[in-house]
Design a protein around this ligand. Structure first.
Ligand code: ADP
Ligand code: MG
Length: 268
């Protein structure tokens, strides 16, 4: 068997599929350019390594269930001056994930909470961390049902496995007592073990109302906030700014535009 075919066979055997596919053409190119052996090797292995990383990132991103792909680089900090840009970039180093600390993004609809949560999630994926995104309402419903069916522990594992769990839009819907205790079980289980990035339109004082129980709310907040970074985003909705620009609102209606929950839903 000629050497090229043999090399290709070995690469396939070793599951270096991308390298196997291109080895012949890269060998030819290397011979033509009289590339040193080491450089040829770097070329070929580089192709495999990049393809593998690409595959890995695609799979991890799919598993994370992110609602969209937006990065920190896509975020216009000048539009939202209440956000401490330095703090966000610091979070972007993901030191908080190493510390199993949480990030809580508070603020009205449209100010970029989900965007920032997703952007941190994407960074975490690139760092090799497992990430899972869930809307608070879906997550609580799922856990509540699991608890009612006496399989909460098994179901919790889904939400305990990823190093970063994004809980989006907490507080938009009330939880109900059973949902609240199920959520408490989750927050306790992740406490000091894995990070939660939580977004909410409700201030902490309102959590008792959302959860239907002040005691459970205090217990959840206690664990959630013990090691946490809190970002309080104030200001205008980015979505409404775009609509206003398109003339849908006529003149600017001041700083707290009204169609609040609808706005939170529109992207889906
Ligand atoms: P929230 O979760 O606070 O309701 P989102 O993060 O969903 O808001 O933001 C609404 C939309 O506006 C998204 O498409 C998001 O990418 C965009 N957006 C919000 N704030 C900014 C910003 N400062 N720079 C760029 N895009 C932004
Ligand atoms: Mg949101």
């Amino acid at each position: 068997m000629i050497a090229v075919a043999k090399a290709r066979q070995y690469l396939e055997e070793l599951k270096l599929t991308q390298a196997a596919e291109v080895v012949e053409s890269r060998l030819e190119a290397a011979a033509q350019k009289e590339l040193p052996y080491a450089e040829f090797l770097v070329d070929l292995l580089g192709i495999e390594a990049r393809a593998r990383r690409e595959r890995y990132l695609t799979t991890r991103t799919r598993l994370a269930h992110l609602p969209f792909r937006k990065t920190l680089e896509d975020f216009d900090f000048t539009f939202q001056p209440s956000i401490d840009e330095r703090q966000v970039w610091e979070l972007g180093t993901l030191a908080f994930v190493g510390d199993a600390a949480n990030v809580v993004l508070l603020g009205p609809p449209g100010v970029g909470k989900t965007h920032l949560a997703v952007a941190l999630g994407l960074r975490a994926i690139e760092h090799g961390y497992g990430v899972y995104f869930a809307r608070a309402h879906d997550l609580v419903e799922d856990l509540r049902r699991a608890q009612a069916e006496h399989r909460l522990d098994r179901r919790l594992r889904v939400y305990l496995a990823p190093k970063v769990l994004i809980v989006d839009e907490f507080g938009v819907w009330p939880c109900g007592r059973e949902g609240a205790t199920a959520l408490f079980a989750l927050v306790s289980a992740r406490y000091e073990r894995g990070s939660i990035i939580l977004t909410s339109n409700k201030g902490f004082a309102e959590w008792g109302e959302v959860l239907g129980d002040e005691v459970v709310a205090t217990a959840i907040l206690d664990r959630l906030l013990h090691h946490s970074h809190i970002l309080n985003v104030r200001g205008e909705s980015y979505r409404l700014r775009e609509k206003r620009r398109a003339g849908l609102f006529g003149r600017a209606p001041g700083r707290s535009p009204q169609p609040v929950t609808e706005d939170a839903r529109e992207e889906r």
